[in-house]
Design a protein around this ligand. Structure first.
Ligand code: NAG
Ligand code: NAG
Ligand code: NAG
Ligand code: NAG
Ligand code: NAG
Length: 141
């Protein structure tokens, strides 16, 4: 649990200054609601989250404009910056037509798609969901 809490402090301090933005009106299936969000206009994306102080967990949703045959990813680096050590969440079209979601750790630069495997992160991930709708990928952890 400790690494997750350390990450969370960094994560929230990096993002909490972004309050009223266009992301506040983003909607999610199942009427999921998130207390906070940050628009990432350069990526045509937004990050949404709820922090639960009672158990030190955070629910995070990433919404990104992408073609249905493309893929999206976002990552957290709990102990440094940059790609090495990053814990990533990926969504891409699966062979069965449904969106596939992976969690993976990057241990080097120049990662090839064929190297990416679904694996545990350095912190616990309690649930994962993803979907593609109206030109956007949604991933929820
Ligand atoms: C969000 O929606 C509300 C209600 O429709 C509107 O008043 C507000 O301007 C919107 N905010 C943004 C940032 O688009
Ligand atoms: C963001 O969306 C605009 C409009 O669809 C597009 O022109 C632009 O290339 C997109 N940017 C990225 C990084 O996908
Ligand atoms: C943490 O607490 C929230 C809010 O009470 C709850 O919805 C969530 O399921 C809890 N998560 C875990 C992993 O216990
Ligand atoms: C961060 O964690 C990764 C993977 O466990 C490790 O390879 C890397 O050396 C760590 N970086 C720092 C700055 O501790
Ligand atoms: C991932 O974590 C779960 C729960 O801790 C464990 O049961 C499982 O064996 C782990 N998987 C791998 C590939 O290490």
């Amino acid at each position: 649990m400790k690494p997750a809490v350390i990450f969370l402090g960094l994560f929230l301090s990096a993002l909490h200054h972004c309050a009223a933005q266009s992301c506040v009106n983003d909607t999610f299936s199942g009427d999921k609601l998130y207390d906070s969000c940050s628009s990432l206009p350069y990526l045509n994306a937004s990050l949404h989250w709820n922090y639960h102080p009672s158990n030190g967990t955070v629910d995070v949703a990433y919404r990104a404009l992408q073609t249905s045959d493309g893929w999206v990813a976002w990552a957290i680096n709990p102990n440094g910056s940059g790609m090495i050590g990053a814990n990533a969440f990926l969504a891409f079209p699966g062979s069965n037509g449904a969106v596939t979601v992976y969690t993976t750790q990057f241990s080097s630069y120049g990662v090839q798609p064929s190297d990416v495997k679904d694996e545990n992160l350095t912190f616990a991930v309690y649930s994962r969901e993803s979907e593609y709708s109206d030109g956007y990928y949604f991933t929820m952890f």
